[in-house]
Design a protein around this ligand. Structure first.
Ligand SMILES: [Mg+2]
Length: 212
């Protein structure tokens, strides 16, 4: 069995942050000039790609960096209330037991992620946490991590819950597992043609150990 380096997205993939993010986004709606997200609207957004969501929201692209910054700082107060995705901790513990190495690449802040991992006794599971600031820029961060850690493309797998995760991994030429327990729906994720599409954290074990 080949040992892998498995890189995870944080929001929606490891931490159950979708509701918290929607609440924060709704509080900032007036200030940033977009409409509040109702449950009906959230159902629509789940079926859109990251690019389509920005277009749909009507928010100015120039405001996005400010919005992202504000969301991260507002989310900081919510960290103690956030829960890990059901079953993820066991799946990750099993993967490390099997000798795979785990890391995180997130557009959330390093502080938020570290605090969450500490509170939930998950920090021993991860070898690294990298944080990046751009919304479509995960490819650059993935490439930097591959270079810094001198990883071969074939030994790396990325795991994420959004279409932009699939897109970034494909651009970086690494295998990608899309998960349906986070933000984007099965339908829109499958259109991005990830290497694997899974519904439960325990499926990670099969996917990692069957991918050569
Ligand atoms: Mg995510």
């Amino acid at each position: 069995m080949t040992k892998k380096v498995i890189i995870f997205d944080f929001d929606g993939t490891i931490a159950d942050t979708v509701d918290a993010l929607v609440n924060v986004a709704n509080r900032l709606a007036v200030e940033f000039g977009y409409i509040q997200i109702t449950p009906e609207e959230l159902a629509i957004l789940r079926n859109l790609t990251s690019r389509e969501i920005i277009k749909y929201s009507g928010i100015s692209v120039f405001k996005i960096p400010f919005l992202v910054k504000k969301v991260k700082s507002e989310l900081k107060n919510k960290i103690p209330e956030l829960q890990p995705i059901h079953g993820i901790k066991d799946a990750l513990a099993e993967l490390t037991k099997q000798g795979h190495r785990l890391g995180i690449i997130t557009s959330n802040s390093q502080d938020n992620v570290s605090e969450f991992l500490k509170i939930n006794q998950m920090n021993d599971l991860f070898e690294f946490v990298y944080s990046g600031v751009t919304i479509f820029g995960k490819t650059t961060i993935i490439n930097n991590v591959l270079r810094q850690k001198q990883l071969k493309l074939q030994e790396v797998i990325y795991v994420g819950d959004e279409t932009r995760d699939v897109e970034a991994s494909k651009k970086a030429n690494i295998k990608v597992v899309a998960v349906t327990w986070g933000f984007n729906s099965y339908e829109v994720l499958s259109k991005q043609k990830p290497n694997f599409l899974i519904n439960q954290p325990e499926e990670l074990l099969d996917v990692v150990n069957t991918s050569s």
